[in-house]
Design a protein. Structure first.
Length: 102
C-alpha cells in the first residue's frame, strides 16, 4: 500500500513541476512575442510617411494595435495550450493501441 502511495505521490510531484515549468515557458514566450510585436508596430507607425496618418484615422490604428495584441496574448497561447493537450491525448491513444497485452 505504501509503495502505491509513494509512486502516485512522485507522479503528482512530477506533474506539478512540469505544469509550473510549462506555465513559466508560456509566460516567457508570450511576453517576448508581445514585446516584439509592440516594438515593431510602434517603430513602423513612427517612421510611416505623413500620408499614412492622413488616410488612416488614429482610432483605426489603435484598433489594429489592440486586436493584434489580443490575438497574441489570448488566442495564440490558448491555441498552443490545447495543441499540447490534444497532442498528448493522441500520443497516449497511439501508445495504448500499439502496446500488446502481456
Amino acid at each position: 500500500g505504501a509503495a502505491y502511495v509513494a509512486m502516485y505521490g512522485i507522479l503528482v510531484a512530477i506533474f506539478e513541476i512540469t505544469m509550473v515549468i510549462r506555465g513559466w515557458l508560456f509566460h516567457c514566450w508570450s511576453l517576448g512575442a508581445s514585446n516584439k510585436l509592440l516594438r515593431n508596430a510602434i517603430t513602423r507607425v513612427l517612421y510611416a510617411p505623413l500620408g499614412f496618418f492622413l488616410q488612416n484615422p488614429v482610432g483605426e490604428i489603435l484598433v489594429a494595435f489592440t486586436k493584434e495584441q489580443d490575438i497574441l496574448d489570448e488566442n495564440l497561447v490558448d491555441t498552443l495550450h490545447y495543441l499540447g493537450i490534444y497532442g498528448l491525448i493522441m500520443l497516449s491513444t497511439v501508445i495504448t493501441v500499439s502496446v500488446r497485452d502481456w
